[in-house]
Each structure stands twice: as C-alpha cells, then as structure tokens.
Design a protein around this ligand. Structure first.
Ligand code: NI
Length: 172
C-alpha cells in the first residue's frame, strides 16, 4: 500500500466532478487500499478520489466510533438517495483544507446508494457523524467543499486563511 499525496485547497482538481467508475478491477482495489492507507496516515475519517488526484467516483471512510464501528469502507459511485428533513450542525474539517474548521448544517439521516469494489450494488443508512462523513465525501466527488456550505459571513471569517492557501497552491 502506498500513502498518496493529499491535494490541498487551491488545487483545481478539488473543484472538478469525478467520473463514474465502470471498471471494477485490481487497479480500483489498489486505489482504494492506497486511499485507506493515506487516510490512516493523515488521521482522517474520510477521503475522496479528487483529494489524491484521481477523478474517479470513489471514497473511503473510517467508521470507527460511528454506528458501523470499526469498519473501513470504500464506496464507489456514491449517491445520496435520501436526506432527512431533520438536520444537525457540527464542526467539520477536511484533509485538503488543513487548519480550517467550521460548523456545517447537514441532514441528520441519509441513505447512501453505491457499489462496492466488486461492482455489487449496496445501500447504507447512516445518521449523525456517519451521515455527515458520507455527505462530505460525496460532495468532494462533485467538486464541492465543506466551506461552500457556509454563509457568506461565516466564509468571510476564514477569508484570510483561505487566500493564503490559494497563494501557496499557486506558487507550487
Ligand atoms: Ni474533505
């Protein structure tokens, strides 16, 4: 397994929409294993394809401590097929936006449809933190970051930090 480089805010790949996976082969399994190793090395709870420079609709999540406890899972072609009207607000961060945390409003419960690494269909129900992680990672595959969910005022407070990250990215 290889620990991959995590792309940081300001990298345009984080704003792209990842492509639907149609081939479920060794290469896909290796990508998921590498993503899990990368997530673990970074102490993250989720990681999406874009974040390691791969525009394929795959994310991994570490459900330790959540209701699917102890499980590391890979979801291919994820889609949120149900969002509860009830919402919850909790602080979020992102491995691609280090040092930035903000409260984000998300549905309290969701249903996630997708496929496993063999291409078999799966559906997961999740609530609270697990639902939040699934929403956050699915967003990544659509080029959406958690800061996009903030109000203009909330984003304004982070403006300095974000501008600095964009400058750093542009200088690479
Ligand atoms: Ni993230």
């Amino acid at each position: 397994m290889t620990v991959l480089e995590i792309r940081k805010y300001g990298d345009p790949i984080l704003r792209e929409r990842a492509r639907t996976v149609t081939v479920f082969d060794e290469k896909l399994a290796r990508l998921a294993a590498d993503m899990m190793a990368t997530m673990e090395a970074a102490n993250g709870v989720g990681l999406a394809g874009n974040q390691v420079g791969v525009l394929e609709r795959v994310f991994v999540a570490d459900m330790a401590g959540f209701e699917l406890s102890g499980k590391k899972i890979a979801v291919v072609n994820p889609e949120i097929v149900f969002r509860s009207p009830e919402e919850s607000v909790e602080e979020e961060g992102c491995l691609s936006i280090p040092g930035v945390y903000a409260e984000v409003r998300r549905p309290k419960k969701i249903r996630l449809a997708g496929q496993n690494l063999k291409g078999e269909k799966m559906e997961l129900e999740a609530e609270d933190m697990a639902a939040r992680v699934f929403c956050h990672e699915t967003d990544h595959l659509n080029g959406v970051l958690f800061i996009d969910h903030l109000t203009a005022l909330e984003r304004d407070l982070l403006k300095g930090k974000l501008a600095e990250m964009r400058r750093k990215a542009a200088a690479l």
